[in-house]
Design a protein around this ligand. Structure first.
Ligand code: DHB
Ligand code: FE
Length: 306
């Protein structure tokens, strides 16, 4: 028989799976399709509304902005909350808190030992000059030599290199290897906040639901070292008006920086700092890795191919 009720159709859709498919994929697809069938029925979604949604999804995919939507709808923070809950159950909720990676990480940034400029030496002033510095430590407070601190942040217009055609490759993206005392330091400028691209499929849906697309000023990190669990996090510049109203829900109380303005430049000459600047102290405290996978240097790429 080929006439179906809604629930017969759903059964038919899921039962048309063949045993050579992945059971996990079958289960996930069946659940999501079932939830959407129910949403269409409960909310009486019209054919026009449905096809507008499909067209939006196609344009979202073509724009490469899938990752922006997931952050803005809370999924990235949801995954962090679930990881924190799993850690708590396992008695390993410790060290620097994780915070969402966001969709704008690029692997392979230039690598320096101990210190570097993240902005460019020839740049005119692009914002408040800062030097962020500290150590990478394990849970016992022991410094971790040879850890890789991968840092990336937005430019003075709130845009990220690679995704912004106006910036050089790897602009405002660097990796720093900690020295024998586990120390790192870098010079840059305090970045401003970020807003989702206007006139994009992402902006469209946020306008439709009456939400803004602003993130407070933040700096991203991916910290990796052998034997330690790779840490993906981001820190916030205090004082931003969106700090408690982040479109990506990623602000965390333990990750708001304490700025030290008017720090003397003495000892910072190698970074080209010759006048009082804003010092930003921050130590990264890392958990031991429970498996080799957890200390993979580029966690997200490893996950993507795994
Ligand atoms: C988004 C942008 C970011 O800079 C970020 O860190 C996280 C998410 C976004 O546009 O979704
Ligand atoms: Fe960001």
């Amino acid at each position: 028989m080929n006439e179906f009720t809604q629930s017969q159709l759903l059964t038919r859709v899921t039962e048309s799976n063949r045993p050579n498919g992945s059971p996990r994929a079958q289960k996930i697809v069946a659940r999501i399709v079932g939830d959407l069938f129910r949403a269409i029925d409960d909310l009486d979604i019209t054919p026009d509304e449905f096809w507008v949604g499909v067209d939006w999804l196609s344009r979202l995919g073509a724009s490469g902005q899938g990752g922006l939507i997931t952050a803005g709808l809370g999924f990235d923070r949801l995954l962090d909350i679930r990881s924190d809950e799993a850690d708590e159950r396992a008695g390993r909720l410790a060290g620097t808190p994780r915070a969402i990676e966001g969709p704008l990480y690029i692997a392979g940034a230039p690598l320096s030992k101990y210190e570097t400029r993240v902005d460019e030496a020839g740049d005119a002033k692009r914002g408040e000059t800062m030097v962020m510095e500290g150590r990478v430590l394990d849970l016992n407070g022991k410094p971790v030599a040879g850890a890789i601190v991968d840092v990336w942040h937005a430019n003075e217009l709130g845009r990220y290199s690679h995704f912004d055609p106006d910036q050089a490759e790897y602009a405002l993206r660097r990796r720093i290897e900690t020295d024998a005392q586990g120390r790192y330091r870098f010079r840059s400028f305090l970045p401003p906040g970020y807003a989702i691209p206007p006139n994009s499929p992402t902006a469209e849906i946020f306008t439709a639901i009456g939400r803004h697309g602003n993130r407070p000023a933040h700096i991203h990190f991916l910290v990796a070292a052998p034997g330690l669990r790779t840490l993906t996090t981001q820190v916030n510049v205090p004082g931003d008006s969106f700090i408690d109203d982040d479109f990506a829900f990623a602000t965390r109380d333990g990750l708001i920086l304490k700025l030290e303005p008017n720090t003397s430049p003495k000892g910072y000459e190698s970074l080209g700092v010759n006048e009082p600047f804003t010092r930003v102290p921050f130590d990264f405290v890392m958990q031991p890795a429970a498996s080799e996978d957890e200390s993979a240097p580029e966690a997200r790429l490893a996950r993507a191919v795994g």
